[in-house]
Design a protein around this ligand. Structure first.
Ligand SMILES: CC(C)(COP(=O)(O)OP(=O)(O)OC[C@H]1O[C@@H](n2cnc3c(N)ncnc32)[C@H](O)[C@@H]1OP(=O)(O)O)[C@@H](O)C(=O)NCCC(=O)NCCS
Length: 303
């Protein structure tokens, strides 16, 4: 993801949470929306609409990202390093550095009470901005960096001095993943490539497994297909089946033995990390975690 320093330097005033929430509800009525019906378990239907993500939603969406990844083993292990790794900040900074750019599209999924239940984002490479159906945001960049409300309460996940000293494993893990990502980006997007790629896909934990992720993936396909470009994603272990359902195929897998890098064992809370493929996860072992690069080709004309 791009850094946000140049943007956050311009920031000076922070909207309150109430202002953010009230803006968020207002938008539901003000904006053109695409309505989708999502079938829930028990034949109950949840109606959601997909709308452009606004600056006023950044804090809420970053919080949803942090919550959705709070049980992801790979993220938890990365948080055990000496350097802070905060999903709220990673997500927020990603939004703030790219929301204004015409080669990024971000949307939120909103239920009929106005609550944001998920969000997704895509970047484009080698596509003229004029062809990209960019719609937002229509509000202004907040004048100050949005803070993490949870962090202000006190950070209970702080590592001890000993754990910090042992944090080198996490630096090795970052180095491994960065090198792998750079390699794959040059393979997937050599000069002259036109494509779209996911920069995020998150469903709020209480709304998972109800079809919202699928709706957002299909929404992305409806953007890419008219442009006749392929889409790729760096899929988390728990999400790859959702992509596979919509024509994404695994082109490469990076299987990480998390125990080789983690400075401490999962401990007594280990059972909350049992998402995705979780073979070998125990109180003493993080197990291995697969990151999959997946690619979906546009439909062949006339096929
Ligand atoms: C991955 C994620 C976006 C999927 O969204 P969702 O709304 O829960 O998914 P859907 O209900 O549309 O289900 C799509 C498919 O995902 C898979 N899936 C969904 N929930 C699952 C679960 N609890 N366990 C295993 N697979 C699951 C299934 O293959 C499902 O298809 P099926 O219903 O035909 O079996 C969502 O669970 C999420 O935000 N996870 C955490 C963040 C993350 O990993 N994001 C992806 C970044 S690349």
């Amino acid at each position: 993801m791009l850094t946000t320093e140049s943007i956050t330097n311009e920031l000076s005033r922070e909207p309150t949470r109430d202002q953010l929430e009230s803006n968020q509800r207002h938008e539901v009525n003000d904006q053109a929306t695409s309505v989708f019906l999502v079938v829930m378990s028990g034949n109950k239907q949840l109606s959601i609409s997909i709308q452009p993500l606004q600056y006023a939603n950044v804090s809420t969406c970053a919080r949803i990202t942090a919550e959705a990844f709070s049980t992801d083993r790979h993220t938890i292990v990365k948080q055990l390093g000496g350097k802070p790794f905060d999903m709220f900040e990673v997500s927020r900074d990603g939004f703030l550095s790219t929301l204004h750019r015409k080669n990024y599209i971000y949307v939120k999924a909103v239920d009929d009470t106005g609550e944001i239940v998920g969000h997704a984002g895509w970047g484009f490479r080698g596509v003229d901005d004029i062809k990209i159906p960019w719609e937002g945001p229509s509000d202004k960049l907040p004048l100050s960096k949005l803070s993490n409300p949870d962090k202000e309460k006190g950070d209970e996940t702080k590592t001890t001095a000993q754990e910090t000293m042992n944090g080198d494993g996490i630096e090795r893990l970052h180095a491994l993943e960065d090198a792998d990502m750079n390699q794959m980006m040059s393979e997937l997007m050599p000069p002259g490539t036109s494509c779209m790629y996911f920069v995020g896909l998150t469903v709020a934990p209480p709304y998972k497994s109800q079809g919202i992720g699928s709706t957002l993936i299909k929404y992305g396909a409806a953007i890419a297909d008219p442009l006749d470009i392929f889409t790729w994603v760096h899929a988390s272990d728990q999400s790859w089946r959702a992509y596979a359902k919509f024509g994404f195929e695994v082109v490469k897998e990076l299987v990480i033995d998390l125990d080789e890098y983690a400075p401490k064992i999962p401990g007594q809370n280990w059972a909350i990390f049992l998402e995705g493929t979780c073979e070998g996860v125990t109180e003493k072992n993080w197990g291995s975690y697969a990151i999959r690069y997946m690619k979906r080709m546009p439909p062949v004309a006339g096929a």
